[in-house]
Design a protein around this ligand. Structure first.
Ligand SMILES: Nc1nc2c(ncn2[C@@H]2O[C@H](COP(=O)(O)OP(=O)(O)OP(=O)(O)O)[C@@H](O)[C@H]2O)c(=O)[nH]1
Ligand SMILES: [Zn+2]
Length: 195
């Protein structure tokens, strides 16, 4: 979509979501005319648009914008990438860290593009398992490295603030492609990220 059209669409979405939030706040028992709540529907709408902006971004374009020919063919690891996403079952946050490694196959990628790809997929309604696979498949399919590995460690607010109310459980998911399917390479990566 051209940028101007997208901006117009975005303003329309803010307006629609804002009106729905106003009803939700009322239904939940609050007074929407209370001073502190007057702008809340609009703020909440904009916050949710920010947190789901990944639907309108292309992670393949992001990677392709900074791929460079290089002969380096050892493991590249970017670890401890902060993650904030929304669980698709409760629309509550889950958050933690992502560790990514790849072994180049003639091309390297600008390092910042890896966290950017994480954000594109994280800023959608997600489950941790699918998020892990989407990051993995995007890097594998675009950069075509000799191998790629992704590990995510996250805490889910839906298990903390409500439901089972467990404060200290951490969920780990992982995925490995290419060279990382070999146990020695996978173990080297896990050792380097301290696992
Ligand atoms: N596999 C997976 N499950 C998730 C994720 N985020 C939240 N969930 C789970 O999704 C499940 C939804 O289960 P339901 O029984 O339909 O929902 P619920 O009644 O709210 O469940 P409780 O959370 O157990 O109270 C829960 O077990 C959540 O813990 C995720 O990223 N991956
Ligand atoms: Zn949840």
């Amino acid at each position: 979509m051209p940028y101007k059209k997208f901006e117009e669409y975005n303003i329309q979405v803010t307006d629609d979501v804002k009106n729905r939030y106003k009803n939700i706040i009322k239904d939940l028992g609050e007074d929407t005319k209370r001073d502190g709540l007057l702008k809340t529907p609009e703020r909440a709408a904009k916050a949710m648009q920010f947190l789901t902006q990944g639907y309108h971004q292309d992670p393949v374009d992001i990677l392709k914008s900074a791929m460079f020919k290089e002969s380096y063919n050892e493991m590249v690891i970017v670890k401890d990438i902060e993650l904030y996403s929304l669980c698709e079952h409760h629309i509550l946050p889950f958050f933690g860290k992502v560790h990514i490694a790849y072994i180049p196959n003639g091309q390297i990628v600008g390092l910042s593009k890896l966290p950017r790809v994480v954000d594109v997929f994280a800023r959608r309604l997600q489950v941790q398992e699918r998020l892990t696979e989407q990051i993995l498949d995007c890097i594998n399919g675009t950069l075509k490295p000799q191998g790629v590995a992704v590990v995510i460690e996250a805490s889910h607010m839906c298990m903390m603030m409500r439901g089972v109310q467990k404060q200290n459980s951490i969920t780990t998911t992982s995925g490995f492609r290419g060279q990382f399917e070999k146990i020695e390479t996978r173990n080297e990566f896990l050792k380097l990220i301290g696992k």
